[in-house]
Write a protein that binds this ligand. Sequence first.
Ligand SMILES: Nc1ncnc2c1ncn2[C@@H]1O[C@H](COP(=O)(O)OP(=O)(O)OP(=O)(O)O)[C@@H](O)[C@H]1O
Length: 349
Amino acid sequence: MDRHTPLPAAIALSGLRKRFAAGGTLALDDVTLSVAPGEIFGIVGRSGAGKSTLIRCVNLLERPDAGAVQVLGQDMLALDEAALRAARRRIGMVFQHFNLHTRRTVAENVAFPLEIAGIPRAAQREKLARILPLVGLEAKRDAYPAQLSGGQKQRVGIARALASDPEILLCDEATSALDPETTQEILALIRDLRGRLDLTVLLITHEMGVVKAICDRVAVMEAGRVIEHGRVFEVFTQPAHPTTRRFVAEVIGHSVPPSTLARLPAPRAGEVRRLVQVVFAGPASTRAVVSEASRDFGIDINIVSGRVDEIAGEPFGVMALAAYGAPERLEAAFAWMRSLGLTLTEIEP
Ligand SMILES: Nc1ncnc2c1ncn2[C@@H]1O[C@H](COP(=O)(O)OP(=O)(O)OP(=O)(O)O)[C@@H](O)[C@H]1O
């Protein structure tokens, strides 16, 4: 648990291990993380990293071989069947492929878990009248899934997850089947619902853009392990692990196109050229940094690209620089820039 997490956690996983086949690789290898109440927590990783296995351990769709699963103060692994069913009603789940009944209308899909739980018809109707407007589907209550767009289908999936008034929402690649615009709409809806319904959200995704759009904190997984976690702003502006850097680069960019590189002047005799990405957050003024570095260290700096972006309302800038000069001068200039709190990463051309 890191110092940003207030206690008690809504979800606390510790030392989770899972191996599907004897002698096979560990799908989960000693995973420990905790999600604070009201937080949107993202888990990002490539295919096979263990994200689905991890999220399914929260509601015990998957049982870990070892470790502890605490949800809303309950030790999930100690519950009997009836208590587990009750605990699962406090945990809604949204799926990538919506998992809708094609022969049921929107209203019937949303009411399905209520029907299973034996909730009387009148109470079901009352619940539908409350939930459908929350997801913007009142006008579609009698439509069948085939008559809906992907975004509308996912709204049904979300409404169904909300039917049992959960305190936790698990989202398993909830936007991966959607186009970019619809993805943003669904992410905005999830963020809005978090605020209105006091939800805690744990989501898994392979897209860092999803994390950037709505998460407060993120854990990066690779080969069954959490390799880095922290506040999204810090992970984006100061990624520590090479895999995290690659994920972050997908969103904020760091590579210089070969055509741009080809147009850069070659270094003069006795000098070298180094390409670096500089990320600055907070009040650091880049123009001053660039001109000061160039003046005080006797180097030349060519700004190859630059832009300002925003994560969770906090602005940050990212620039690609080509710096020319004697190797030791460049090194000293970079060290000075780092001492100002800028994050410098060498760009592989
Ligand atoms: N039911 C299963 N039986 C056997 N192996 C499994 C099963 N589920 C997952 N695995 C294996 O566990 C590892 C982690 O898979 P998992 O699905 O959790 O990863 P993921 O990060 O969610 O990837 P994806 O996005 O592709 O689902 C993989 O090696 C996968 O092949």
